[in-house]
Design a protein around this ligand. Structure first.
Ligand code: NAD
Length: 484
């Protein structure tokens, strides 16, 4: 192992610089063959007036080294600031976020001493893309985009991960009983990809009961694959029930780039006090060592780390009267670990990597174009009625006047619930109405939609948004409303 690998490094905000300093000190002491090139991101860049939070020169550094170790950064709340974490993950195509959560009982207090699971989270799309609009005075909307290539690559990644790391089962979590097209696509692709891995068990849970089980029976699970937002939430739950959110590392993997970090954030409440636990970033850095082919160094560090935990040398977040022997700060913890390099845990199972383990390579698949037939349009109107009574029957009767032989009003729904025709008077109606016009006899041309919109506009209706209704390969490419 002679040639050094250069990686990009960002010290981050809050506790970021303290835990990065401790982590790099440990990597160097363990003999990691690494050089570091520092990039500027986060608060200092936001404060210099760049809303992106990243100095443009950083992209060239990423391009050069392909591997990035990042401390947590603070995302300023409100304003036009976008989360830099999300920007980096998406710009560099880091589609897989891998977050292991393991118990280290009895040395780190947890109710679940046998838990040892990995959350594989889709990292680029879903509600987490943050595509939001104010549609009417009363309603705002967030667009949930889910694509076939993203589902396929994250699910395949989860199975490949299970194969590479000797895991036995992959569990999919989604909410496809409600979101039949978006979450339904994720589940469907999971079932298809699972067939390519007959040696690995697979199952599916609806995300609500799945999350409850992760919090109450985490030892049932092995690898979990799920969509972006659910993955964000459940991986914090699993990190916390394993003992502390301060312990978990995470990798963000793409086709060409990889970024490694801690699960936790910049912890501004304890920043500058020298008490933060560096273990999350350190465990992320060990995932990075495995990625760059230095798994022997990762093994050495993680075994010394386990030994430090066993010896009761604990930072405040995991300190426990009776279990811990010494409460230490960040740098003292790092030094205690360095003093134990070369030692192995005596009670906890030592970490062993298969020296042949290679970075998991999963590409993006393109899908053939589907046969799309336009058959109607949903027009979202901002409307309260002349007397502000929001009477769906008044709106329905008025819109039915604009029916043509190509487009006829089928239903009106309010926040997904059908309110016309034959709605129930008890249903609360906001000012946002989805008016569904379809051709009951087949396809239409987009000019039919334009003609309808022109009519509505000319009659003084405010159109907040439209959504085309397609039949895809002969099946509905949209969901029906409750009660439709
Ligand atoms: P947080 O994870 O920073 O902190 C949550 C709690 O855990 C706090 O009480 C904190 O003191 C404690 N904690 C976290 N890490 C710890 C550690 N290493 N040692 C000891 N205790 C630790 O979450 P938050 O307070 O919701 O977020 C703070 C900031 O971090 C926000 O600006 C958020 O946007 C950002 N954030 C960044 C990332 C990232 O860079 N990947 C991830 C999550 C949050």
């Amino acid at each position: 192992m002679s040639e050094k690998t250069t990686i990009a490094v960002a010290y981050g905000d809050g506790i970021g610089p303290e835990i990065m300093e401790a982590t790099l000190k440990i990597l160097d002491a363990a003999g990691a063959q690494l050089n570091y090139e520092r990039v500027k991101i986060g608060k200092e860049v936001y404060l210099s007036g760049m809303e992106s939070g990243i100095d443009p020169s950083a992209w060239d550094v990423f391009r050069k080294h392909k591997v990035f170790l990042k401390s947590p950064i603070t995302t300023p709340q409100g304003g036009g600031y976008k989360s830099l974490n999300v920007t980096i993950r998406k710009t560099l195509g880091l589609f897989a976020n891998v977050r292991p959560s393991k118990a280290y009982a009895p040395y780190v207090k947890t109710h679940f001493p046998d838990m040892d699971l990995v959350v594989v989270r889709e990292n680029e799309e879903d509600l987490y893309a943050g595509i939001e609009y104010q549609q009417t005075s009363e309603t705002v909307a967030c667009l949930k985009l889910v694509s076939k290539p993203a589902c396929e690559s994250i699910v395949r990644y989860a199975f490949e991960y299970a194969k590479a790391y000797g895991r036995k089962k992959v569990t999919c979590m989604s909410k496809d009983n409600i979101m039949k097209l978006t979450d339904g696509l994720f589940h469907k692709i999971f079932d298809e990809v699972a067939k390519d891995y007959p040696e690995i068990e697979n199952d599916h849970y609806i995300i609500d009961i799945g999350s409850a089980l992760l919090a109450s029976r985490p030892e049932w699970f092995d690898v979990i694959v799920t969509l972006n937002l659910y993955g964000d939430i459940v991986s914090d739950i699993t990190a916390q029930v394993a003992g502390s959110v301060g312990l978990g590392g995470s990798s963000n993997i793409g086709e060409s780039f990889a970024m490694f970090e801690a699960i936790h954030g910049s912890a501004p409440d304890i920043a500058g006090k020298g008490i933060a636990n560096p273990s999350g970033l350190l465990n992320g850095a060990c995932m990075m060592l495995v990625h760059v082919g230095q798994s022997a160094v990762a093994e050495k560090i993680q075994n010394a780390w386990l030994r430090t935990l066993e010896d009761g040398i604990h930072t405040g977040d995991i300190y426990n009267e009776g279990l811990s022997s010494e409460r230490v700060g960040t740098q003292a913890f790092a030094q205690a670990l360095i003093d134990r390099l070369g030692q192995e845990p005596q009670k906890l199972a030592p970490v062993r990597y298969n020296p042949d383990v290679k970075p998991i390579k999963v590409g993006r698949k393109s899908y053939a174009a589907v046969d799309k037939q336009l058959s109607g349009v949903d027009v979202f109107l901002d409307w309260v009625g002349s007397d502000k009574k929001r009477n769906p029957n008044e709106l329905g009767a008025a819109l039915a006047e604009f029916n043509t032989d190509k487009l006829q009003l089928k239903i009106i729904s309010n926040r997904g619930q059908k309110v016309y025709p034959d709605g129930q008077p008890e249903t609360f109606c906001s000012d946002n109405w989805r008016c569904r016009f379809v051709n009951p006899n087949g396809g239409i041309d987009y000019t039919d939609v334009i003609a309808l919109l022109e009519t509505l506009h000319a009659k003084g209706y405010y159109i907040g948004k439209t959504e085309n209704l397609y039949n895809i390969n002969g099946e509905l490419g949209y969901t029906l409303s409750q009660g439709e």
